[in-house]
Design a protein. Structure first.
Length: 296
C-alpha cells in the first residue's frame, strides 16, 4: 500500500506516523520548506495540544460540528493524544482550563518530536513541493506537483483551512475536494476579532477584565454570552470573550452586542452604588467619581 499525505502540519505529520507504523509506504508532501509552519505560532508559540477533560465537557464548548467531531474524538480521545506525544518523548504540562502544553512551552519541540518519528519510520518527505492537482486513475491516484507525478493507492489531504495564507493555509484542500465533486460549506472566520459599525477608535487599547459580552439577534434573542477579558481595537473588539463570541455570530446578520462592565452587580445594587459614590464625592469631577466603575 502506497499513500501520499499532502500537508506536513499537525494532521499530516500525525497521519504519516500512524500509517508508517502500520507498514504503509508513505510519501509526505509539503509546499513549505519546513515542517509545521503554522504549528510554530500556535498558542502564541507554545502549542496548545489538547484539553485534558472528559469528552462531554469538551463537546459543551463546541459551537458547531459536534456530530462530525464525535466519531473522531471517541476514536482518539484527548488522553490518547497526550499519550501519543508522551510516547514520542515530549513532556507535557496541564495548565489552567485543562489546557495541555509541552512542558518546554515551545511549539518547536512538538514539531521536532513528530519530525524525528517521521524520519525514524522512513517516511519519504518532499518539502518545497506544491501539489497542483489530484487525479483519479484506474489503479489509484496521481498527485501532480511542479516537479513530478506521484502515483499512489490512497491520498490523505491534510492541507488545513485558509485562515493564515502566509503560513501556507491557502485553502488548497477545498479546491481538491471540489475537483472530486464534493460540496463545500463556505468557510467563515472563527475565533477572530469582531468589527463593529460604530466608531470605537477612541477606545482603542482599553483592556477590560471580569466583564460580560452578550450577542443578540435583531429581535433581541440572545445568541451567546461570555464572561472574562476583552480589548477594544481600532475597529471593534478583541480579546478572549470577543474571539469566542465571534464563533457564534459569524453566520448571523444584524447582530447587536451589549457589554456589562459590572456583571456581578444587579441593576438596583449598581444604582445604589453610583448614588452613594456621587453623594460621597459631591465636589469631584464625574471622571474621578466613576473611576472605580469605568475604565480610564
Amino acid at each position: 500500500m502506497r499513500v501520499c499525505v499532502i500537508g506536513a502540519g499537525a494532521a499530516g505529520m500525525t497521519a504519516s506516523v500512524f500509517l508508517a507504523r502500520e507498514g504503509v509506504d508513505v510519501i509526505l508532501v509539503e509546499k513549505n520548506e519546513k515542517f509545521g509552519k503554522k504549528l510554530y505560532i500556535t498558542g502564541k508559540g507554545r502549542c496548545n495540544l489538547t484539553n485534558d477533560c472528559e469528552l462531554d465537557d469538551l463537546f459543551r464548548n463546541v459551537v458547531r460540528g459536534e456530530k462530525f467531531l464525535r466519531s473522531s474524538l471517541y476514536g482518539f480521545t484527548p488522553q490518547n493524544t497526550m499519550s501519543f506525544f508522551e510516547d514520542l518523548g515530549l513532556k507535557l504540562v496541564v495548565e489552567r482550563g485543562n489546557r495541555v502544553f509541552p512542558f518546554s512551552q515551545k511549539s518547536s519541540d512538538v514539531i521536532k518530536a513528530l519530525q524525528i518519528e517521521i524520519e525514524n519510520l522512513g517516511v519519504d518527505v518532499k518539502l518545497g513541493t506544491e501539489v497542483k492537482q489530484i487525479k483519479k486513475t484506474d489503479d489509484g491516484f496521481c498527485v501532480v506537483t511542479a516537479w513530478e507525478n506521484i502515483k499512489c493507492d490512497k491520498v490523505v489531504v491534510a492541507t488545513g483551512g485558509m485562515s493564515y495564507p502566509s503560513t501556507g493555509s491557502t485553502g488548497d484542500g477545498y479546491a481538491f475536494a471540489k475537483s472530486f465533486g464534493l460540496k463545500i460549506v463556505e468557510p467563515r472566520q472563527a475565533l477572530a476579532p469582531i468589527i463593529v459599525k460604530q466608531n470605537v477608535s477612541a477606545l482603542q487599547g482599553i483592556s477590560l477584565k471580569n466583564v460580560n459580552l452578550c450577542a443578540n439577534d435583531e429581535n433581541g434573542k440572545e445568541i451567546a454570552s461570555e464572561f472574562g477579558e476583552m480589548l477594544f481595537t481600532n475597529r471593534g473588539l478583541s480579546g478572549p470573550i470577543a474571539l469566542t463570541i465571534s464563533s457564534y455570530i459569524n453566520r448571523k446578520q444584524n447582530v447587536v452586542l451589549s457589554l456589562d462592565l459590572k456583571p456581578a452587580l444587579d441593576e438596583n445594587t449598581l444604582d445604589r452604588r453610583v448614588l452613594r459614590d456621587f453623594d460621597e464625592r459631591k465636589n469631584q469631577d464625574i471622571k474621578n467619581v466613576t473611576r472605580a466603575l469605568l475604565p480610564e
